[in-house]
Ligand binder design. Structure first.
Ligand SMILES: [Zn+2]
Ligand SMILES: [Zn+2]
Length: 256
């Protein structure tokens, strides 16, 4: 099988984000959802520090495409290692029927969020929306596939259909590691990595793959080689961690 490059996320999605809500200022006073419709990376302080003491993670999954319990534990542990949330981290789950597409555009994804998201920021709480989809990204090609995309300040999507399709023979542990790698990676974009709202203490952004880390085995490297790859039988035995440069950036902004 031809080696295929895997991308955690599409850079254009990561960077060329849209500010929804700017055009409807008359509604802005009353729309409590606007704080969750900002550009990716702009909520890094809310997520990392105890300015907001609580974090709610709302996970909306297409039926049969839920993340595994093991992947969710990895995610929770990752949040706990990097974010100060003295009032706790609460996971909420909802299962939906498939929106019915094979390929999803970013508009499809936003529309699904608008329909199903129920948790938003308030005085004490920052809320994150995670969408687990059954299909693939419309931007997938024969050469590359997108496993996940952070598309707003507190929202990301995981193309669980693609992850499953690429790992037909994976056991539960391998699948959980693959899922948790993408989930933690996309969440780290919400934390402003790399150079995505969170300033770099030491320059370590990958020149060719913006908003990703130069360090080969860092969670924020653009490649999924530390996670999963087509035709690559060497699978990691654990979810990749952030390297010292990425950690330094988060701590400089007030993270753990
Ligand atoms: Zn990425
Ligand atoms: Zn890094």
């Amino acid at each position: 099988m031809m080696p295929t490059r895997l991308f955690f996320c599409n850079l254009f999605f990561c960077i060329s984000l849209f500010l929804v809500g700017c055009s409807s200022e008359t509604e802005s006073e009353s729309d409590k959802t606007l704080a969750n419709k900002k550009v990716t990376g702009s909520s890094s302080v809310d997520l990392l520090t105890n300015d907001k003491t609580k974090l709610v993670v709302e996970i909306v999954s297409v039926e049969n495409f839920e993340p595994s319990a093991m992947a969710l534990e990895e995610f929770r542990s990752f949040i706990d290692r990097h974010c100060h949330k003295p009032s706790g981290i609460e996971f909420r789950y909802n299962t939906i029927s498939s929106p019915g597409k094979d390929r999803y555009t970013i508009d499809d994804i936003v529309e699904t969020e608008e329909t199903h998201r129920t948790a938003f920021n308030d005085e004490e709480t920052v809320s994150v929306f995670v969408l687990m989809l059954d299909g693939r990204s419309e931007r997938d090609t024969d050469e590359s596939v997108i496993l996940g995309t952070a598309y707003r300040n507190t929202s990301f999507v995981i193309f669980q259909g693609t992850i499953k399709r690429l790992n037909p023979y994976a056991n539960n542990t391998e699948l959980a590691i693959a899922q948790a790698t993408v989930i933690n990676h996309e969440f780290s974009h919400l934390l402003g990595l790399v150079n995505l709202g969170t300033p770099m203490v030491t320059v370590h952004e990958d020149e060719e793959n913006k908003n990703h880390c130069q360090t080969e085995n860092c969670l924020m490297n653009y490649k999924a080689d530390a996670g999963i790859s087509i035709g690559n039988l060497t699978r990691p035995s654990s979810v990749p961690e952030l390297d010292a440069f990425c950690l330094e950036d988060l701590r400089a902004l007030g993270g753990k």
